[in-house]
Design a protein around this ligand. Structure first.
Ligand code: NFS
Ligand code: SF4
Length: 658
C-alpha cells in the first residue's frame, strides 16, 4: 500500500467538497489513512483534456489525430478536411453507438435466456409473470386468447428477436409509440430496423470519409438511439419482468450500513439480473448458510450496487449499498467478503482496492474480465456452480478476515419499485388502473409536469449533490420526479423515496402524494428501465388531454452527473422521442457551432422532436426544465388552470427546506 501514497494528491482535499454521501466520505477518510487510492483521487490529479472535453478532436484515421480549436471552431479543419461539425457529430454518434450497443447486448442476453427457458433447455429459471407476458405480447399484436404460455412466449421471442437482427422494417416495439411521434420518425426515416443494423450503419457512416454532413449523421444517430430506448433497453426491461417478476413498491434499506460486520457480506454490482437472481438462490441455500454459521458468521448478507442492485432492490427488496461513485468506498469498509460483477460501469480500479483489503473480486461474465480479479464463469444452464462457489469463497474470506472493519452506520429506508404497471394501478385503483388521475392532476395544475432524473454519478462533480439539489428544486415546484439507476440511489440516500418526503414538495404535488400515499420521487429501477419512462409517457399521451405526441407533454429529463456513453445514448433516445433532456458535468460539444444549434434547438424547432440542454448548476437545470414544462403547458392551453399564484423562482429558492 505504501507506494500508492505517492499518487494521492498532496494538496489537502476537503472530502465534503467531493461528496455529500456521509458513508462515502467516511470511507474516503479511511482510504486516505490506509493509503488507498480511489477514482476521486485520480479525478483530482487527472486533468481532463480540454480539446477532448469539447469533442474538438478526431482520431478516426492515421492522418491525424487532428485537434481543432474550440475558441475558433471554423478556423481550422482536419487533415482530410473534416469540419468541426463533422468531427463533433461523428464523435457524438459513436458515443451513442457504444451506449446503444451496451444496452442492446444486455437486452439480447436476456432474450437469449428467455429463449432457452421457453424451449426447455434451461430449467433453472422460469416465466414468473404470466400476466406481463400476455400484456407485452398483446402490445405488439400477438394473439394470447386461448393459447398456452409456451406458445405465446415462443411467438414473443421470435418477434422480439427482430429488435436486434431485422434487416428491413420497423422494430416490434415501434407499435407502442404514440402515433404522432411515430409519424415524425417515419417522416425523417428514423424508425429503427434492427439494432445490429443501426449500430453497424452508424459505425460505417462515422468512419473516415463517409458521412460528412452533421445533420445526416445526427439522423442515423437518432435512429440508433431509438433502437436502444424502444428496442434493446425495452426488451431488457420487459423480458426481465417476465422472467423475474414486475416490480411492486417495496421498502428497502439503502446505504453502506446495509453491510453487517457479523455476517458474510457479498456485494453484487453490474447490470444483468440473471446472475444476481441466482446469487439470491445460493445465499438462501441451507447448506451454505450452515457453512457460514460454522465459520462464525450470523449468516450471509447479500447486497446490491449500481443498476443490477437497483433491479434486485425493486423486485426482491435486496438492500442496496450505494451508487457508482461508492463502489470502491464500499470495499474500504473491509467488510466485503466478495464483490461480484458482471458487465458495465465496473471500475478497473476496484481490483486494486479489493487487493488492499483482501476482498475477493469476482468477474462472472465472459464479456468482462479484469486483470487482478478472479474469473468464475457464470453459465445459465448451471448457474449455481458459479454462485455457490462464490458464496463458499466469501465464507472463507470471512473466516480469515484480518483487517479492522469500519462500516458507516447509515441506512436510509425508502420505497422503490414503481413499475409503469404499478403506477397505473396506484393512481387508478384495481378496477380501473389508468393514468387518468395523473393527467387530470397535470391538467388542473396540482402537478406541474413530470421529470425523469436518471444516470450516473461522476467524480468531476460533487457526488450526489447535483442530483439531490435539482430533484428537491423540482418537487418544490410541483414537478413529479421519476428516477432510475444511480440517481435513484442518490435520492434514496437523501431520504426522498418516502411518502413523508411529500412535505418537501410544493402544495399541489404534496396534496396528490398525501392522497395517494406515494413519495414525490418514484424509483423505477435500473438504467435499462428508463424504457418504463417511455412507456409512462406513452400512457400519458394515450390517456388524452395532454397532446398527441410525446413532444407535446409537459415533461423533461436530466442526467445531472452523467459519465458513460450509455447516458448519451439514453439522453439521445429521449430527445428523439420528444423530450427536452438536460445534462450536467460537461457536454462534448463546442457551443455556437452548427451541430450545437441542431442538438440544442433544431431538433425541436425543425424536426418536432425534443432537444438537448446543458448546465452543471442544479438550480439552473431545474429552472430550465420547469421553464420547458411551462412552455408545453402553455401550448396545451393548460397554463391558466393552475389555481395558485406561483411564487417567483428566487422566493422559492430562499425557502430552502432541508
Ligand atoms: Ni446508468 Fe451510469 Fe452505471 Fe447504472 Fe450507474 S453509472 S448510465 S446508472 S450503474 S448504468
Ligand atoms: Fe483527421 Fe480527418 Fe483523419 Fe479525423 S478522419 S483524424 S479529421 S484526417
Amino acid at each position: 500500500m505504501a507506494e500508492k501514497k505517492k499518487t494521492i494528491p498532496q494538496k489537502p482535499v476537503n472530502i465534503r467538497d467531493i461528496t455529500i454521501c456521509d458513508a462515502t466520505a467516511q470511507m474516503l477518510e479511511k482510504a486516505k489513512r490506509d493509503g488507498v487510492e480511489t477514482a476521486f483521487d485520480r479525478a483530482a490529479t487527472m486533468k481532463a483534456c480540454p480539446i477532448g472535453a469539447d469533442s474538438a478532436c478526431c482520431k478516426h484515421c492515421s492522418m491525424g489525430p487532428c485537434r481543432l480549436n474550440a475558441k475558433d471552431p471554423y478556423g481550422k479543419v482536419g487533415v482530410c478536411g473534416a469540419t468541426i461539425d463533422t468531427i463533433m457529430a461523428r464523435n457524438f454518434a459513436r458515443m451513442v453507438a457504444a451506449g446503444a450497443a451496451a444496452h442492446t447486448d444486455h437486452g439480447m442476453a436476456m432474450l437469449d435466456l428467455f429463449r432457452e427457458v421457453v424451449s426447455g433447455h434451461i430449467k433453472e429459471y422460469r416465466i414468473k409473470d404470466v400476466q406481463k407476458l400476455d400484456m407485452v405480447a398483446q402490445s405488439i399484436g400477438i394473439e394470447t386468447e386461448g393459447r398456452t404460455t409456451e406458445d405465446i412466449a415462443m411467438d414473443l421471442y421470435k418477434e422480439l428477436e427482430r429488435t436486434y437482427t431485422q434487416v428491413e422494417g420497423e422494430i416490434p416495439f415501434a407499435k407502442r409509440v404514440p402515433e404522432k411521434t411515430l409519424e415524425t420518425w417515419r417522416k425523417y426515416d428514423m424508425v429503427p430496423r434492427g439494432a445490429m443494423r443501426e449500430i453497424m450503419e452508424l459505425m460505417h457512416r462515422t468512419h473516415m470519409g463517409v458521412d460528412q454532413h452533421y445533420e445526416n449523421i445526427t439522423r442515423q444517430c437518432s435512429r440508433t438511439a431509438l433502437a436502444d430506448g424502444w428496442g434493446g433497453s425495452m426488451v431488457a426491461t420487459e423480458i426481465s419482468d417476465i422472467l423475474f417478476g414486475t416490480p411492486k413498491p417495496v421498502a428497502v434499506e439503502v446505504n453502506m450500513g446495509v453491510l453487517k460486520e457479523d455476517m458474510v457480506n457479498i456485494v453484487v454490482h453490474g447490470h444483468e439480473p440473471n446472475m444476481f437472481e441466482s446469487m439470491l438462490v445460493s445465499v438462501s441455500e441451507a447448506s451454505l448458510i450452515r457453512a457460514a454459521k460454522d465459520a462464525g458468521a450470523k449468516g450471509i448478507n447479500l447486497c446490491g450496487m449500481c443498476c443490477s442492485g437497483a433491479e434486485m432492490m425493486s423486485r426482491h427488496g435486496v438492500p442496496h449499498a450505494g451508487n457508482f461513485m461508492s463502489t470502491e468506498a464500499v470495499i474500504v469498509t473491509g467488510a466485503v467478503d466478495a464483490m461480484v460483477v458482471d458487465v458495465q460501469c465496473i471500475k478497473q480500479g476496484l481490483s486494486k482496492v479489493a487487493q488492499c483489503y483482501g476482498t475477493h473480486l469476482f468477474t462472472t461474465n465472459y464479456r468482462c474480465h479484469i486483470e487482478g480479479a478472479e474469473h468464475i464463469a457464470f453459465h445459465e444452464d448451471k448457474p449455481g456452480e458459479c454462485t455457490d462457489e462464490i458464496v463458499i469463497r466469501a465464507i472463507s474470506r470471512f473466516k480469515s478476515r484480518n483487517k479492522p472493519i469500519e462500516i458507516p452506520n447509515i441506512r436510509n429506508i425508502g420505497v422503490h419499485g414503481f413499475s409503469h404497471e404499478y403506477i397505473s394501478y396506484m393512481l387508478g385503483g384495481t378496477f380501473r388502473a389508468s393514468y387518468t388521475p395523473l393527467n387530470d392532476n397535470i391538467i388542473n395544475g396540482r402537478i406541474r409536469g413530470v421529470a425523469g432524473v436518471v444516470g450516473c454519478t461522476n467524480p468531476r462533480v460533487r457526488h450526489d449533490w447535483v442530483h439531490v439539489e435539482m430533484v428537491k428544486e423540482l418537487i418544490r415546484n410541483d414537478v413529479l420526479v421519476v428516477q432510475t439507476g444511480c440517481s435513484q440511489i442518490s435520492l434514496a440516500k437523501a431520504g426522498l423515496m418516502t411518502p413523508e418526503a411529500a412535505h418537501l414538495a410544493g402544495p399541489g404535488l404534496r396534496e396528490v402524494c398525501e392522497t395517494v400515499g406515494m413519495p414525490p420521487v418514484l424509483g423505477l429501477g435500473s438504467c435499462v428501465d428508463n424504457s418504463r419512462i417511455l412507456i409512462a409517457c406513452t400512457a400519458m399521451v394515450n390517456e388524452g388531454g395532454l397532446g398527441d405526441s410525446i413532444a407535446d407533454l409537459p415533461v423533461a429529463g436530466a442526467a445531472p452527473e452523467w459519465m458513460s456513453e450509455k447516458a448519451i445514448s439514453i439522453g439521445h433516445y429521449f430527445v428523439a422521442s420528444g423530450v427536452y433532456t438536460v445534462f450536467g458535468v460537461t457536454f462534448p460539444i463546442v457551443e455556437e457551432t452548427k451541430f450545437h444549434k441542431l442538438l440544442f434547438n433544431g431538433l425541436e424547432e425543425e424536426y418536432g422532436l425534443g432537444k438537448w440542454g446543458y448546465t452543471a448548476d442544479p438550480y439552473e437545470m431545474a429552472r430550465m426544465m420547469i421553464e420547458h414544462i411551462d412552455k408545453k403547458r402553455k401550448a396545451l392551453g393548460i397554463d391558466k388552470t393552475r389555481e395558485r399564484v406561483m411564487m417567483d423562482f428566487q422566493d422559492r429558492r430562499s425557502l430552502d427546506v432541508a
